[in-house]
Design a protein around this ligand. Structure first.
Ligand code: NAD
Length: 506
């Protein structure tokens, strides 16, 4: 019988009301492995109402007690990391080791959230007027929601849940319907760690459930990560309904390689960053920009030499460099974009279409129907081609040749997306100028995927991010709390009479 993945509400599995379900595939085999329930608007409203009640007690719990639960939660996640990574790998298609990284980069943010008592401290000014003090406090928002993408089913939910919960909010997570099991398991472990029922809920669904979250009058803030059109839609709808929103979208990350770069290190970095996780990372490098013909020719030659060494296989194959892409429509879309690149005149140096996995089977299972695509390399790509303008989100690397630094600089600077960018060089002055001027949110200097560590913030610019506060780091506590400022005087009993003009501090 097919397994059903249910919602997780009020501290326990909550079967849906018998409405719609969606298949959860194993992308390595192309076979359905479970069905996930898709919540109706009424079911979402019920979850939110329940969370609203649970939040009151959670907000009153002192912050140190809250973070002790989070510390225990971290420890339980670590105890269960192999099981979590296996489930994640089987639903997403990323390799087991990569899946462990997905979880570990999430728990990094839980560890950061353990500092909540510090971030929740307010400010105090003594004697701002005669006998008057002013102080501020940071209070939780109430019930907040996270709407998250398929490509990091542990990391991104934890990036949202950690600071939100540590700050005293109740959290409703609507994870991707493509790989929903790990988010549920994380919520179960929160309860096992001593978290109160109703504070961390997982509700599965698609547009209907998302719209119910956006229309709810109880939800105070929405943290979204996904594609740009949906990020924009959610940002606009949150503005219309008066909610706080941080909405992160798609990307087209460039890597500039200057002639003085250590080319071998740059190629190592590029191969991992372009093809790792089948290119399904918002910080993947999808455009390489070598400066000068000599650098470009040498880079291309080294890539051509390295690409055949990559192994595309079942996500649990320990020898696989990367696994399948997440779904058949994703595979078809990537192949279609490669067709378009070829038709537009880009040079298809290595064609990954239609070649499947390296092996016919893994562990007795056929890989013939898996969603595999071999690494693909284009050279002489120009900025008008769809393979350059669009996010491909697959293992496709485009080389765009530049004659000099300024020409290379303009490419990521003028691209519609502005998530991450990398520069490889030995010239500190060039790197410094690049980082200073470029209109992109996260910069790597000789680092290909510059995902900032948990105590700095993560967020892209331009079409890669809507809203002014980033994920994790101190911004996350600003996002999940609001400031209240108290001006107080304790009168000495001597009446001063009514004052009809604006008080002035003198
Ligand atoms: P997606 O936009 O299809 O889905 C994201 C979430 O939105 C899911 O929970 C999904 O159920 C929901 N959703 C989908 N369509 C919707 C609709 N019409 N109305 C309301 N909700 C809807 O994204 P995805 O395919 O799951 O993830 C890949 C995308 O996420 C890529 O574009 C990638 O670059 C981006 N991403 C960005 C970051 C970042 O930090 N900028 C990080 C990871 C992924």
């Amino acid at each position: 019988m097919t397994r059903t993945i249910t919602h997780f509400v009020d501290g326990a599995a909550r079967p849906g009301n018998g409405g719609r379900t969606a298949p959860v595939m194993n992308p390595s085999t192309g076979r359905e492995q479970a069905r996930v329930e898709l919540a109706s608007a009424a079911e979402v409203d019920e979850v939110i109402a329940n969370a609203e009640q649970a939040q009151v007690g959670w907000a009153k719990t002192n912050p140190q007690k809250r973070i002790r639960i989070i510390m225990k939660w971290i420890s339980l996640i670590n105890d269960n990391i192999d099981e979590l990574a296996r489930t994640l790998s089987l639903e997403h298609g990323k390799t087991f080791e990569d899946a462990k990284g997905d979880i570990a980069r999430g728990t990094d943010v839980l560890e950061f959230s353990v500092g909540a008592p510090h971030f929740l401290k307010g400010e105090f000014s003594n004697s701002v007027g005669t006998g008057i003090d002013v102080y501020s406090m940071r209070q939780p928002l109430g019930v907040v929601a996270g709407i998250t993408p398929f490509n990091f089913p542990a990391m991104i939910p934890l990036w949202k849940a950690g600071p939100a919960l540590a700050a005293g909010n109740a959290f409703v997570l609507k994870p991707s319907e493509r790989d929903p099991s790990v988010p549920v398991r994380l919520a179960e472990l929160f309860i096992e760690a001593g978290g109160p029922a109703g504070v961390f809920n997982v509700v599965h669904g698609d547009k209907e459930s998302v719209d119910a979250i956006l229309d709810s009058e109880v939800i105070q803030a929405v943290g979204f990560v996904g594609s740009t059109p949906i990020a924009k839609y959610i940002y606009e709808r949150c503005a219309a309904t008066g909610k706080r929103a941080q909405c992160f979208g798609g990307a087209k990350n460039h890597m500039i390689i200057l002639p003085d770069a250590d080319l071998d290190s740059a190629v190592d970095a590029l191969v991992g960053a372009a093809y790792g996780s089948a290119g399904e990372r918002c910080m993947a490098i999808s455009v390489a920009v070598p400066v000068g013909k000599e650098t470009a020719d040498a880079l291309r030659a080294k890539l051509e030499e390295r690409i055949p060494d990559l192994k595309v296989g079942h996500s649990l194959d320990p020898e696989a460099s990367y696994g399948p892409v997440v779904a058949k429509p994703a595979l078809d879309r990537i192949s279609q974009l490669i067709d378009e690149g070829e038709a537009a005149g880009a040079e298809l140096v290595v064609d990954g279409r239609g070649r499947g996995a390296n092996d016919a089977e893994f562990d007795g299972e056929s890989l013939a129907d898996g969603y595999f695509i071999q690494p693909t390399l284009f050279d002489n790509v120009t900025t008008d081609m769809s393979i350059y303008t669009e996010e491909i989100f697959g293992p496709v690397l485009c080389i765009v040749r530049a004659n000099d630094f300024e020409e290379a600089f303009r490419l990521p600077d003028e691209h519609v997306y502005g998530n991450g960018v990398a520069i490889f060089t030995r010239n500190g002055r060039a790197a410094r100028e690049f980082a200073d001027r470029i209109r992109v949110g996260m910069i790597g200097v000789n680092v290909p995927i510059p995902v900032p560590i948990a105590y700095h913030t993560f967020g892209g610019w331009k079409a890669s991010g809507f809203g002014d506060l980033n994920q994790h780091g101190p911004d996350s506590f600003r996002f999940y709390t609001r400031t209240k400022t108290v001006t107080q005087r304790w009168p000495d009993g001597v009446a001063t009479g009514a004052d009809f003009s604006m008080p002035i501090m003198d």
